[in-house]
Design a protein around this ligand. Structure first.
Ligand code: HEM
Length: 170
């Protein structure tokens, strides 16, 4: 089950990040913790799904690939959007001390928004076409290559956000 794979990656990411976990108590501690939960679920789901699709693609089993691509929109709605909600709501609550003006927060949030735009304009339509192509028995390889290329960009952008949020340059 792809969902098991995603939960495994999320679990490993959560355990590995535990030593850096902030205090849960207090207003800031609570929102920082939820922001981190959002970042973990968001990144682990994207990575987990990409690995799962790659595995099914390389196995050459079309039925397995068809099943996995059907899971992409579901994990987007249930897990990726859940992470996005936590990131944006708690990020917005924590933002006022760093605004107005220029800080690491501006490019950090901008990279996240750019990733969302790529997801909405390119990846979502590609995913819909992938499901249809796999179901029709046509060759999904060109679409998969495009999905991985754009997916890599959509993953690197929030990783840049993460780096900026952790290092806070300037
Ligand atoms: C709308 C987008 C976002 C906003 C407005 C936002 C806002 C913030 C703010 C204000 C902080 C500083 C919290 C504080 O210590 O007071 C922060 C920290 C952080 N952000 Fe974001 N963020 C956003 C997106 C992201 C993304 C996409 C990631 C990673 C995938 C991320 C990961 C983190 C992490 C790991 C921290 C450090 C938390 C800590 O020190 O406990 N954020 N963010």
């Amino acid at each position: 089950m792809p969902i098991a794979h995603v939960l495994l990656v999320t679990g490993i990411a959560s355990v590995v990040s535990l030593p850096w976990w902030p205090e849960w108590t207090g207003w800031d501690g609570w929102h920082r913790s939820l922001h981190r939960v959002g970042a973990t679920v968001f990144l682990a789901t994207i990575l987990g799904m990409a690995l799962w699709v790659l595995r099914s693609w390389r196995s050459g089993e079309r039925t397995a690939l068809e099943r996995v691509v059907r899971w992409i929109p579901r994990t987007d709605v249930w897990l990726v959007l859940f992470g996005v909600d936590l990131l944006t709501i708690n990020g917005a609550i924590l933002a006022p001390p760093y605004l107005p003006g220029w800080s690491w927060l501006v490019p950090g949030a901008a990279c996240f928004v750019a990733s969302g735009v790529i997801w909405g304009l390119v990846l979502m339509p590609l995913q819909r076409r992938l499901v249809e192509t796999c179901a029709s028995g046509a060759d999904p390889d060109p679409l998969l290559r495009r999905w991985f290329r754009w997916g890599a960009v959509a993953l690197v952008l929030p990783l840049v956000s993460l780096t900026l949020m952790l290092t806070r340059p300037g």
